[in-house]
Design a protein around this ligand. Structure first.
Ligand code: ARG
Length: 487
């Protein structure tokens, strides 16, 4: 009884924590003073010099000329700029669902996109180019030679559409430009279609890339605004006009390119990488632990409820419990996450923050597995135990609580421990919606350092340490509980 009320208290405390922490955690980047009005910018910060991550004064910041423009817009509106960094193909849904107010991400105002969002006047023009490896330099491909070639493009970009139009081309569509460059470096693709301004940042790099061959086609960039938000559209166009008349945009492009050009030391070893980016990983650990802890707690609650359903006398409850377990176990967690994060927002206007969506997904998911573990535990206790307890005059509830459940709990503790370890590891999936956990931070460090291995080895080491400590702790608890058996 005492034990139970202690757990209830802990639960309540965590619930309070969840509700206070969630809004704070939703903002991945904030600049400017804390005026009440907020302007939320959606961007895919992998597109130097438009928008990219850069460590300034030891802190990870999103910079670039798109960001500089966004700051001007926010200043003109007297609003605080909040930056949401996400995959390029997540930008349109984010804008439509109201998760962000505007999108500045080197986005080309295509007719296709104009069907779902509005665009400002264009603020920049660039050209399509093809990046290849240095060793292929004398092949000098043009678009025509890309037929039947393995080509890397960014997911959801117009380059993907261009690639789809090349006969026989085998496309690899990825979230981040840096991933495409890695693919090129590692011979997985032989060419990548990008924009010249962006390619320039890679060409003078130690990354082996040949000068890209320009295609005639010009690509424009404009700012995306939600349909019907004419007020913001007018304001944005006003700011753009001012910046153009002051010749500010060119200057911003130049500054951003320079910032991108002073590159970091590419030959850092794993310890140097870890030391330089330790604050990134520290933030990641915090969120991973928060996600997992809350995922476990709500998962246990859901698991208990579903387990009770499954063992209930009422058939309909049993049926609900079974359906829950089967459906959740039978669908990938990534799909569940997409439904909860994007699906609910787009269809019902329920806008969860990445943290909230992450916790809900993890809890729902682990709830199904834990329900099965609990059920196995309860059913594993000999029926005679219950009968003996009842014959001694205990009520059903008391017999369950004092006789059956303690034995069941002890028996399934290893399985529960396994599930907890799984939750810590699986929480890495939440990084795809921009949850700043260990996995997300590893990708950020990868994008900054252009190192493909070390950032992830560090992440692996951290996950391992976390799960190792957890399983040691659980092992201890197990021994303690079984000590009473030997008495
Ligand atoms: N201009 C291209 C498009 O609109 C690519 C933009 C990619 N932007 C980015 N931040 N990665 O599809």
């Amino acid at each position: 009884m005492k034990l139970i009320s202690r757990y209830t208290m802990m639960l309540l405390a965590l619930l309070v924590l969840l509700t206070t922490v969630a809004p704070v955690a939703s903002a991945t980047g904030t600049t400017g003073d804390s005026s009440s009005k907020k302007l939320v910018l959606g961007t895919s910060a992998d597109f130097a010099p438009y928008e990219f991550h850069k460590v300034i004064d030891g802190k990870d910041q999103i910079v670039g000329f798109d960001i500089a423009i966004a700051k001007e817009i926010a200043a003109d509106l007297g609003a605080e700029l909040v930056i949401e960094d996400m995959g390029f193909d997540g930008l349109l849904p984010a804008l439509q669902s109201g998760r962000v107010d505007m999108v500045i991400s080197g986005m080309t105002p295509t007719d296709e996109r104009k069907k779902s969002i509005d665009f400002s006047d264009t603020y920049y023009k660039s050209k399509q180019v093809i990046m290849i490896r240095n060793t292929d330099k004398d092949k000098y491909p043009t678009m025509a030679e890309l037929e039947n070639e393995k080509i890397g493009v960014q997911k959801g970009s117009i380059q993907e559409t261009i690639g789809q139009g090349i006969p026989g081309a085998k496309l690899t569509a990825l979230d981040k430009i840096s991933d495409i460059v890695l693919q090129l470096q590692t011979n997985r693709v032989n060419a990548a279609i990008v924009e010249d301004t962006v390619a320039a940042g890679y060409l003078d790099d130690i990354i082996g890339l040949a000068p890209a061959i320009p295609d005639e086609e010009q690509v424009e960039a404009a700012i995306g605004i939600r349909k019907g938000n004419t007020e913001l559209l007018t304001a944005v166009n006003g700011t753009l006009e001012r910046l153009k008349s002051e010749n500010k945009i060119e200057q911003m492009v130049k500054e951003a390119s320079q910032l991108n050009a002073d590159k970091l030391d590419k030959n850092q070893n794993i310890f140097e990488v870890f030391w330089q980016y330790k604050s990134f990983y520290a933030t990641g650990v915090g969120y991973t632990l928060l996600l997992s802890a809350l995922g476990v707690i709500f998962g246990v609650i859901i698991g208990l409820i579903i387990c009770l359903f499954r063992l209930h006398d009422v058939a309909i409850l049993r049926w609900i419990g079974t359906a829950y377990v089967e459906v959740i176990r039978g669908t990938p967690m990534l799909v569940q996450l997409m439904i909860i994060y994007y699906g609910l927002a787009l269809t019902m206007g329920i806008n969860f923050t990445p943290l909230q969506a992450g916790i809900i997904t993890l809890s729902i998911n682990s709830g199904a597995y834990l329900a099965e573990i609990f059920r196995a535990g309860v059913q594993g206790v000999d029926r005679g135990q219950l009968e003996a307890a009842r014959s001694l005059g205990m009520g059903r509830t008391a017999a369950m609580r004092f006789i059956v459940l303690p034995q069941a709990f002890k028996a399934v503790l290893p399985a529960i421990g396994n599930e907890f370890v799984t939750i810590i590891k699986e929480s890495s999936i939440i990084s795809v919606i921009g949850m700043v956990d260990i996995m997300y931070q590893a990708s950020v460090v990868k994008n900054i350092t252009y190192q493909g291995m070390n950032p992830f080895l560090i992440a692996a080491a951290i996950y391992f340490v976390l799960t190792f400590i957890l399983s040691k702790l659980l092992g201890r608890l197990e021994r303690k509980l079984s000590a009473s058996d030997r008495r």
